[in-house]
Design a protein around this ligand. Structure first.
Ligand code: G6P
Length: 589
């Protein structure tokens, strides 16, 4: 889940790479580095820390040349250190490599290479690639073939870019982790994600798994297995660079929360025939699974309730990392619905692989067009939320929920009713997200920002949102937060309630919500009750009003919790858009 970016063209490469890396920093941010080619030499600067800090310290932008690449790291193999930062090089510093992924057989490869006399200087799995290429070059292969052969020796998921002293271009390859070629005028960009070069070009060519590209003049795509050439199409993407900027906002997160005024409306603008067709497939299927990770997983879990309540349809939520364990339940009649903002989450892709092995049809809800998940799915619904840059997902969450609602209503043969409800919900969110509302939530954040624990409870449709609310608070403010099903509290967690313990209670006017009794139990033990929902109740010490949208309550109830998490994070001086230890796109299992 590191970010990688390369450039081959006529411009000075180093400033361009620093800019690209900053745009990719959401993918990992514990260390970074750049390599450029100039005057027959590979120039490298790298260190621990975020791009701006490392650039401030080492003047990354000052490296010479018009060809090069950069990397921003989320450590997997080897601690966060200068030595373990990328680029990694071979014994003679002639070959430089950056890498996103995990090499599962790196210990064996390292041992073998060491026996052959290669000297290793880092604890990373990546360094193995540089030495493998060196080894293959020594055996007489040219760089292209050496890279191809080396990639074929790696197990696991990887995306790499390679530079060699004297080679007037770059070579990139992928087996699992994402890689995209941006096509400019006489210049080319290679990156893990489109925003890296969106301010230069919207024309892209996607590398598929098991492919490499040689960028030396016109790019040449080849198959990694047999080396055969591959024809590629240039695709123009419809995101513009501005959408991926912070604009007047201090953080991406708040920008993206406020964008929910429009994103739900955009999300539900889907091809109705396609929605009906998929609904038909869902109704016909024998066993429907919903899968995703993190926040997207909580969306799926909500989906389980939505399908049950709206369409009387049993769908099973399974978190993606566990999905392969369910392979015995999969048949050709099973349907898998995956939800992923990035479309690159490794655990989701593994779930899809397990499903495909059993002939299961895969339908995906994805934000990033052209992402791996988009391309491997039988049918994709793009959620159209626009680029989401903050690590904590907000606008993608509600857009994903909205599409699951559409599908559930379509399954019940009530698509128009569902659409009407969602349109109403979108317009009410537009009204709700006003500056006064935010001020009121800020006031609450001030009141509870020194707390060590926050609890959040919900029932039925709002239970998964209680779990999601806890994720938001934890990741953005570092306050320990835990979500529970309201009824579960008395079976253990209530022992934690002390005088003043904040407990957020998600309520709704959906005919299933008898959570007030649970709130009372907490209040009776001294808890500070923060009610979220359409109706004030005397048990609330603080009330965050949300519009009454009936069954669509999860979509509106999560928004004040997102805002609360944001303001708690700001007040506690946290790194809002890039919380410690996290990354937005988790491309390792
Ligand atoms: C990471 C992110 C989460 C996200 C999850 C799944 O953990 O920090 O915000 O929910 O990955 O990502 P996806 O792109 O598949 O939705």
């Amino acid at each position: 889940m590191c970010g990688i970016a390369g450039y081959v063209g006529k411009r000075r490469v180093a400033p361009l790479l620093v800019d690209s890396l900053k745009r990719l920093e959401y993918r990992g941010y514990d260390s970074c580095g750049i390599a450029t080619l100039d005057g027959g030499k590979v120039w490298i600067k790298k260190d621990m820390g975020k791009i701006d800090d490392v650039d401030g310290k080492m003047d990354l932008k000052n490296l010479p040349g018009n060809i090069g690449f950069g990397h921003t790291r989320w450590a997997t193999h080897g601690k966060v250190s200068k030595r373990n930062s990328h680029p990694q090089t071979d014994c003679k510093d002639r070959i430089a490599v950056i890498h996103n992924g995990i090499i599962e057989n790196f210990s064996e490869l390292k041992k073998r290479l060491k026996r052959k006399g290669h000297r290793f200087r880092s604890e990373t799995d990546t360094e193995v690639i540089a030495h493998l290429i060196e080894d293959n070059l020594r055996s007489g292969l040219d760089l292209e073939e050496a890279v191809r052969k080396s990639m074929n020796s790696l197990k696991g998921r990887s995306a790499i870019i390679v530079a060699e002293r004297g080679f007037p271009g770059l070579i990139a390859a992928r087996t699992g982790s994402p890689l995209i070629l941006g096509v400019g005028r006489d210049e080319y960009f290679i990156a893990s994600d489109v925003p890296a070069f969106l301010n230069h070009t919207r024309k892209v060519m996607y590398l598929d798994d098991g492919e490499m590209v040689v960028v030396e003049g016109e790019p040449r795509f080849r198959n990694l297995t047999d080396g055969k050439g591959i024809e590629k199409r240039v695709i123009t993407i419809d995101w513009d660079a501005k959408q991926a900027e912070k604009g007047e906002h201090e953080h991406y997160m708040i920008k993206e929360i406020l964008e929910q005024k429009e994103t739900i409306m955009k999300a539900i603008n889907q091809d109705e025939r396609e929605i009906r067709r998929v609904a038909n497939e869902i109704n016909k299927a024998f066993g429907v699974f919903l899968t995703g990770c993190g926040t997207a997983g909580k969306v799926c879990q909500t989906g389980e309730y939505v399908f049950s309540n709206v369409a009387n349809k049993h769908v099973n939520y399974v978190v993606s990392s566990e999905f392969p364990n369910y392979r015995n339940f999969l048949t050709k009649k099973t349907l898998l619905i995956t939800v992923s903002q990035s479309g690159e989450t490794a655990d989701v892709l593994e779930a899809v692989k397990a499903a495909k092995e059993k002939g299961v049809k895969v339908i995906s809800l994805v934000n990033v067009k052209g992402s791996t998940l988009d391309r491997v799915s039988d049918i994709t619904f793009l959620i159209k939320a626009g680029p989401e840059k903050a690590v904590a997902s907000t606008k993608a969450t509600t857009a994903q929920l909205a599409i699951l609602y559409l599908l559930a209503y379509a399954c019940a043969g009530k698509l128009n009713e569902g659409k009407k409800l969602l349109l109403e919900t979108a317009s009410k969110i537009n009204d709700m997200l006003n500056p006064r509302y935010e001020e009121y939530i800020k006031k609450l954040a001030k009141k509870i920002c020194r707390e060590k624990n926050v609890y959040i409870i919900g029932k039925a449709l709002n239970y998964p949102m209680a779990l999601e609310g806890a994720i938001k608070i934890m990741e953005v403010s570092y306050i320990h937060a835990q979500g529970f099903a309201g009824g579960e509290l008395k079976h253990g967690p209530i022992a934690l309630i002390e005088k003043g313990s904040p407990c957020i209670v998600l309520t709704a006017n959906d005919g299933m919500n008898n959570i007030i009794g649970n709130a009372m139990e907490v209040r009776a033990r001294g808890g500070f009750i923060i009610g979220v929902g359409p109706k004030r109740n005397e048990v609330f010490d603080y009330w965050l009003k949300t519009p009454d949208v009936g069954l669509a309550s999860p979509i509106v109830n999560i928004i004040p919790v997102q805002l609360l998490a944001y303001h708690l994070g700001v007040l506690r001086g946290c790194d809002i858009d890039q919380p410690r230890n996290l990354a937005k796109s988790v491309t390792v299992e």
